[in-house]
Design a protein around this ligand. Structure first.
Ligand SMILES: C=C(O[C@@H]1C=C(C(=O)O)C=C[C@H]1O)C(=O)O
Length: 356
């Protein structure tokens, strides 16, 4: 391509950017007006079901262009996040530290312009949202290799907050160190579950015999590995970058679909989107057949169960259950009417995935 050809293309791009800027500003003006209506009526700013409907509509409209679904989603989620900040700037508390996978999940949904507060414990995140220091909280609920996160279930049981969205993140670990040679590494820092998830890698490189030091987070592991000679960290790409720790190997996890599901919690209920999931906690009498009877009712009402996990909270056995549909659906209402006293409703939210 000639210099002239390149200049012409760039001139065209500049024109399109000018139009985009004008259109986005026009959009933000309307968003501001929506914000004023919401402020008058006390309506929730974040409407995940509306955002999902917009993305679905745009994806189905998009025939033949170069943008795929993932690109449309990434573009518009960022626009929505900026929109919400124009309606009302809001804080997001996440399970830290900075650079944690939960931080990544939070940024995937709330974009670059939101204000984030890193909190050291899951309970702390619930507290921030309950006391209204943050409008939203982001916490992990389960990982495909390590199962359910007990602290999150305990807090969902004891706090009166709602799950308003789920976020699924592919979890990749990196092996990072200031050492050039793997043989020079004498100790490895990481979070306990990350060691478990990278067992094959450690064995293949003869790193399973050296000292493994579990610390609270993979970000802290990166920080420690930077300051100590002959050490390494198993951490996220973002964590290594945060401390400028050289990455020796990427994607060292044993299974390639290592995923974590996160919940976004807040203080309001979502309207139905047409493709929702509902989560509940159920406490049933400890007598034979009660669980089977309870689950049979879902079958009779044609409700598709997607997850059931038993869990002990303060010595009492409870069940964490996910199923398709919204709390306002007629068949789901029937279950709540009948078993309301045994059920704690945790939230109905846009379904991102069947199961992890
Ligand atoms: C503008 C609104 O508020 C938020 C921003 C949206 C947007 O930018 O389109 C959509 C849903 C809400 O999360 C709205 O509710 O319509």
């Amino acid at each position: 391509m000639t210099e002239q050809g390149l200049k012409e293309l760039r001139d065209k791009l500049d024109k399109i950017d000018n139009q985009l800027l004008e259109l986005i500003n026009e959009r933000m003006e309307l968003v501001h007006q929506v914000g004023v209506v919401k402020a008058q009526s006390g309506g929730a700013i974040y409407r995940p079901e509306r955002e999902k409907a917009i993305i679905n509509r745009l994806v189905s409209l998009n025939k033949g262009g170069r943008l795929n679904k993932k690109a449309i989603e990434a573009l518009f989620l960022e626009i929505f996040a900026i929109s919400r900040n124009i309606e009302l700037p809001e804080n997001i508390a996440y399970l830290g530290p900075e650079g944690s996978f939960t931080h990544q999940a939070a940024e995937a949904r709330f974009g670059a312009m939101s204000s984030y507060i890193s909190i050291g414990s899951i309970k702390g995140v619930f507290r921030e949202v309950s006391t209204k220091k943050a409008k939203f909280g982001v916490i992990p609920i389960e990982n495909s290799s390590n199962g359910i996160v007990s602290d999150t279930i305990n807090c969902l049981s004891s706090y009166n907050l709602k799950i308003i969205a789920e976020v699924i993140l592919d979890i990749h670990h990196t092996f990072a160190s200031t050492c050039d040679k793997v043989n020079d590494i004498k100790k490895i820092y990481s979070k306990d579950i990350a060691f478990d998830q990278c067992h094959n890698f450690l064995e293949n490189f003869g790193l399973d015999e050296i000292e493994h030091i579990p610390v609270e987070s993979t970000t802290k592991a990166a920080k420690l590995a930077l300051s100590e000679p002959n050490s390494a960290a198993i951490c996220s790409h973002v964590g290594a970058k945060l401390y400028n720790l050289p990455i020796l190997f990427e994607n060292i996890e044993d299974i390639d679909n290592n995923r974590t599901r996160f919940f976004i919690i807040s203080d309001f209920d979502n309207a139905p989107s047409g493709n929702d999931k509902t989560s509940i906690l159920v406490k049933l009498p400890n007598t034979p057949g009660t669980l089977v009877d309870f689950l049979t009712e879902f079958d009779q009402e044609g409700i598709n169960l997607t997850k059931i996990k038993s869990h002990i909270v303060e010595g009492v056995s409870i069940f964490f259950i996910d199923f398709d549909g919204h709390r306002n659906d007629e068949n789901i209402k029937k279950i709540f009417d009948k078993h309301g006293k045994n059920i704690k409703f945790l939230g109905s939210y846009v379904k991102e995935i069947d199961d992890i």
